[in-house]
Design a protein around this ligand. Structure first.
Ligand code: FES
Ligand code: FE2
Length: 357
């Protein structure tokens, strides 16, 4: 069988479409003021996000149903979006409320028009958009962090990777790359400093976690949290890493999550929450460090992308690549569940991994 006669997906092993029926990070809530709208591209769809004058967020297709003019070129009065081209108006629920060019009895034709909307909710400072085909009354809960109420991120930043969501998410749980890719931003030298590590993992709903363990006391950073400092890292579908550090005085949660723009481009949104009341002056520096770290991954992602174009299959080797395989198994299990229409069964079990990193 020649390569040309293979089905398209077999010829493109690295073409991995994003997972549907998940809440995806749309925008950092603070960036969308009342009466404003912004557009994003999520899973190949142009989505208009808006916040009404009352503060409620909504998401609708960014293409006017009339002749596809992107609605973000139009006006938003805090209540309705008006298309720039012929002035059709849409309420936040997608109803067409006016077609200015129609008169007399034709003016009511608009009642039949509805722009597509997406489930959209705000929580913990994030505007989430649900991408999938689930009914409104069957949506999963928002992916909120337990135990922090409606805290907002102290630091937020984003970086766009030239990879699909799957390969972008691999950077979250790939211990082997850290010494080769990441450096201190002040000396710009890769550490190549590799140590043997033993880590214990356990499955959690929709993912796995590196079990809570004691943070190294010799690291000055952890001393900020008080005594008995522990850390736990959780990895979840569709591509989220949550690191939770807690001591007897303070806690910090760092969340990185993927938002697929298309099958070949993904935004990583990074939000950091903490309980330190005196850390605000350091926000600028910390944001710079986080952005530096993500940008290093993006640089290597761009190099990897050059090779992915040739469609060579991957090799996974030993415990260092085990988590990549876990993620692939979770993905398969999600697809087998009909993307969540049937019960999802997590195929992972408790495991101890040994690797150098
Ligand atoms: S294209 Fe939007 S009103 Fe005509
Ligand atoms: Fe990295």
């Amino acid at each position: 069988m020649s390569a040309d006669s293979l089905p398209a997906t077999a010829r493109r092993p690295h073409h991995i479409p994003p997972l549907s029926n998940f809440w995806y990070f749309g925008l950092n809530g603070a960036s969308l003021k009342p009466g404003k709208m912004q557009h994003i591209t999520l899973m190949g769809q142009s989505v208009l996000l808006g916040r009404t004058n009352e503060g409620k967020v909504f998401a609708m297709r960014n293409l006017c149903p009339h002749r596809s003019t992107p609605l973000h070129h139009g006006q938003f009065d805090g209540k309705e979006v008006q298309c720039h081209y012929h002035g059709w108006r849409f309420a936040a629920d997608g109803r067409c409320t006016a077609i200015p060019a129609l008169c007399d009895e034709q003016a009511r034709f608009g009642e039949r028009v509805r722009n597509k909307t997406y489930p959209c909710c705000e929580g913990q400072g994030v505007i989430w958009v649900f991408m999938g085909d689930k009914a409104e009354d069957d949506l999963p809960d928002l992916p909120l962090l337990p135990g922090i109420g409606d805290a907002k991120p102290q630091i937020y930043c984003q970086v766009t990777y030239p990879l699909n969501a799957e390969h972008t998410a691999y950077t979250f749980f790939d211990p082997a790359h850290v010494a080769f890719v990441h450096s201190s931003p002040f000396i710009h030298r890769k550490s190549h400093n590799i140590r043997a590590k033993v880590k214990e993992f356990a499955p959690v709903p929709f993912g796995w976690c590196m079990k809570r363990h004691t943070a190294p006391r010799e690291n000055m950073f952890y001393r900020l949290f008080g005594k008995n400092v522990t850390t736990e890292i959780t990895y979840l579908l569709p591509g989220t890493r949550i690191e939770h550090i807690a001591g007897d005085k303070h806690w910090l949660i760092s969340v990185a999550t993927v938002s697929p723009i298309s099958d070949e481009e993904t935004i990583v949104h990074q939000s950091t929450y903490w309980s330190f009341p005196w850390m605000s002056p350091a926000k600028g520096l910390l944001r710079y460090l986080i952005k530096h770290f993500l940008t290093e991954d993006r640089e290597y992602a761009a190099k990897q992308r050059e090779g992915l174009a040739f469609q060579q299959p991957f090799i996974s080797m030993g415990d260092a690549d085990a988590q990549i395989q876990w993620f692939q198994r979770l993905r398969q299990a999600w697809l087998q569940s009909g993307s969540g229409h049937q019960p999802f069964v997590n195929p992972l079990v408790e495991e101890t991994l040994r690797f150098n990193s």
